[in-house]
Design a protein around this ligand. Structure first.
Ligand SMILES: Cc1cc2nc3c(=O)[nH]c(=O)nc-3n(C[C@H](O)[C@H](O)[C@H](O)COP(=O)(O)O)c2cc1C
Length: 353
């Protein structure tokens, strides 16, 4: 575990340890997508962790899926994020903003323009989503035209530029968890017959074009991606070719020189090992529900360079110190994970005395 506390250079940043705060949506932004009043305090409380990956943040109106998630495309968004990045930097921390397009996992009641969600194909996920009216069925999305795809890539590019203007150390492209980018990977969600559907190369194209556009805009050292190979959330089925798609995708992303690859383990250990071999830059691994006694073992085995944790960091602002000294952890309160504007379950988790 001691290896976790050695510094590591990631892109242009020297991180003080190899622990990462996994991105977590908290749905506490203002209705226009400006990060909420307490967000700077919340993130700066956690700045002793090597790297913070801030919550899924939409690059456009179309990209919003859930209520009161932050955006990073208007001047107000940039001003809000600047307060967060400054607060984290003032405490010696580092922060990437996760760029999330929900695709079909959206609802017209949740977006600023109240339009139908968009996706590779007009196929509903067969899932429910929280809205102002309570839980509702996710409607059938509108299939993106090729022109819409070009615009979506341009939106990502513009938002990445704005994230840097807001003082972020970089952006992490959200290619995981059944949102737009993974919808393109999965034949269950993508039945397109143009160059964005069908073969592995075609299904990976959208992700690669977004990554290339962002690299061109802000540089590879400030661009990262998160993937969850084999995730079956919300109607996602990548089929038998899934592992091969990821081998191809990761090899192609590697050519772009992205600063890190953030993998969310879905239980396919041989694939993780293959992806590790295909990747020459930094690798961050998140293993959902990881037991505390196993923390540090992926770094010591060499499978990962850094390890990411979600709920434990949410509930423990001083996670890094508690882990280091073997102190007990606070339990997260699931009722306050999403929503609300107050401090409860957000900035009021106690530090170790
Ligand atoms: C409240 C909450 C919100 C989350 N939001 C996101 C998100 O915005 N983007 C993302 O990639 N993953 C998200 N996740 C997944 C986490 O990043 C992480 O992968 C997951 O919690 C498993 O790791 P853990 O067991 O250490 O918490 C979220 C998880 C939680 C608990």
């Amino acid at each position: 575990m001691s290896q976790l506390y050695t510094p590591i250079k990631v892109g242009m940043n020297t991180l003080s340890n190899r622990l990462v705060m996994a991105p977590m949506t908290r749905s506490r932004a203002e209705h226009d997508g400006t990060p909420g009043q307490l967000a700077a305090e919340y993130y700066s409380q956690r700045a002793s962790i090597g790297l913070i990956v801030a919550e899924g943040t939409q690059p456009s109106d179309d990209a919003q899926g859930y209520l009161t998630t932050p955006g990073i495309y208007t001047d107000a968004h940039v001003a809000g994020w600047r307060k967060i990045t400054s607060a984290v930097h003032n405490k010696g921390g580092h922060i990437f903003i996760q760029m999330m397009h929900a695709g079909r996992m959206s609802h017209p009641d949740n977006t600023p323009h109240h339009r139908q969600g968009v996706a590779p194909s007009a196929i509903a996920p067969g899932a429910q989503i929280f809205t102002v009216e309570g839980m509702q069925e996710v409607p059938v999305p509108r299939a993106l035209s090729r022109e819409d795809i070009r615009q979506t890539i341009a939106d990502f590019r513009f938002a990445a530029r704005r994230a840097i203007e807001a003082g972020a150390d970089g952006v992490e492209i959200h290619g995981a968890n059944a949102y737009l980018i993974q919808q393109f990977f999965a034949p269950s969600a993508n039945t397109r017959t143009d160059e964005y559907g069908g073969s592995i190369e075609n299904r990976a194209r959208f992700a690669l074009e977004i990554a290339a556009a962002i690299v061109e805009e802000i540089g590879a050292e400030r661009t990262a991606i998160r993937l969850s190979p084999g995730s079956t959330l919300w109607g996602i089925d990548e089929g038998e070719e899934g592992p091969d798609l990821y081998r191809y995708l990761v090899a192609e992303l590697n050519k772009l020189g992205l600063t890190y690859l953030h993998l969310m383990d879905q239980g396919n250990e041989p694939l993780l090992k293959d992806l590790r071999k295909l990747w020459s830059q930094t690798l961050i691994l998140n293993r959902p529900g990881r037991a505390r006694n196993l923390i540090g073992s992926d770094v010591s085995s060499g499978l990962a360079d850094l390890e990411a944790y979600g709920q434990m960091v949410l509930a423990n602002p001083d996670f890094t110190e508690r882990l280091k000294f073997g102190a007990p952890m606070n339990e997260g309160d699931h009722r306050t994970f999403f929503g609300g504007l107050g401090a409860q379950g957000y900035t009021d988790y106690p530090y170790l005395a």
